[in-house]
Design a protein around this ligand. Structure first.
Ligand code: 1AG
Length: 137
């Protein structure tokens, strides 16, 4: 990942999170909670291992991966599915394909204009999140 992606990031916009969660089959009750959360991303790099933490007051979710190396991902506390995930570079975007029960599932992360961008997609629904760097941490 390019220099500058590591650190703590606070969400500033979240478009179609609802549609993405519906595509994943999340219950209305959990969707209502999730929509109110102020998500943070904490991104670390240790050698060639990347750790991406999604942090909230309700639940946290962490993945760690090496680019180009497929890994087993269990989306614990999210939709609780097992997927085979592979993260690769496409230009300046870090792309993850999550192969499993849900078709066309994955995400893309990139940094642009000092903001962290994330697109989450599942079965045609695209959620677009933007984060600004938390300079206090
Ligand atoms: C993510 O993955 C996943 C985080 O960004 C998106 C969060 C939720 C969407 C999925 C399902 C919602 C399920 C249950 C709702 C309850 C709680 C939501 C808790 C959200 C905080 C963890 C990409 C990431 C790389 O791995 O940035």
């Amino acid at each position: 990942m390019p220099a500058g992606i590591c650190g703590t990031w606070d969400i500033i916009s979240n478009v179609n999170f609802e549609g993405y969660m519906i595509a994943l089959g999340i219950s209305p009750y959990l969707r209502k909670i999730a929509l109110k959360l102020k998500l943070k991303k904490v991104i670390e790099q240790h050698g060639d291992l990347y750790v991406v933490k999604t942090v909230s007051a309700f639940r946290n979710y962490t993945i760690s991966f090496r680019v180009g190396q497929e890994f087993e991902e269990f989306t614990q506390g999210l939709d609780n599915r097992h997927v085979k995930s592979l993260v690769t570079w496409e230009g300046n975007k870090l792309i993850c394909e999550q192969i499993g029960e849900k078709r066309n599932r994955g995400w893309a992360h990139w940094v642009e204009d000092d903001k962290l961008h994330l697109e989450l997609y599942c079965e045609g629904e695209i959620c677009k999140q933007v984060f600004k760097k938390n300079v206090a941490e």
